[in-house]
Write a protein that binds this ligand. Structure first.
Ligand SMILES: [Fe+2]
Ligand SMILES: [Fe+2]
Length: 184
């Protein structure tokens, strides 16, 4: 598969998670907090898939290759995307740090979870939109067929480290998260 199509496909799964996170935020706004496990598993999804796998492919492989190819011309754009990845990590760390209090019903920690989940969902929606509609089309145009093939090979190496079933595993996790919200 075209490596950029692989990234787009991963965006599809991340968007499904982000939509569930938005539902969780709405539930918190109407005082129907989702179970703590929803956030524990959500953090597992972000750390294992969207940040630990997808963003790594972008930062360590694709952005590096494109920056070299474009010779500094798109460094600003790449820095902005990397900064957004970092912001996302910060929101997730804040949620993780507030979950014990959240489980105990602490109102301050519950507000931290709600605010950071809302911020993460909004950031990721915007980030994915920018990549899908601006950054990826530009990348596709900038790279030759051989370069795209090279990118695909490097993605395969990352995939080997994480396991061939990475997408399927996390797809299943998203289905479980969906069920967790539906149950309540
Ligand atoms: Fe990204
Ligand atoms: Fe992405």
């Amino acid at each position: 598969m075209d490596p950029i199509e692989i990234l787009r496909n991963e965006h599809g799964l991340i968007r499904r998670f982000v939509d569930l996170l938005s539902v969780a935020v709405t539930r918190l706004e109407v005082d129907q907090p989702p179970p703590r496990a929803f956030f524990d598993d959500g953090i597992e999804f972000v750390r294992g898939f969207s940040d630990g796998f997808h963003h790594k492919k972008e930062e360590l492989v694709m952005f590096v290759q494109l920056a070299q190819k474009k010779n500094g011309a798109i460094d600003g754009q790449i820095e902005a995307l990397k900064y957004q990845h970092d912001q996302g990590r910060g929101f997730i760390a804040a949620i993780a740090g507030a979950l014990d209090g959240y489980a105990d019903g602490d109102p301050n920690d519950t507000a931290v979870v709600r605010e950071n989940a809302a911020a993460f969902a909004s950031l990721l929606k915007h980030h994915i939109h920018t990549e899908d509609h601006i950054f990826f089309p530009m990348s596709q145009e900038a790279m030759t067929a051989d370069e795209l093939e090279g990118l695909g090979e490097k993605f395969e190496k990352v995939q080997e480290v994480h396991g061939a079933d990475t997408f399927e595993r996390f797809h299943k996790l998203v289905i479980d998260l969906d069920a967790m919200l539906a149950e309540e």
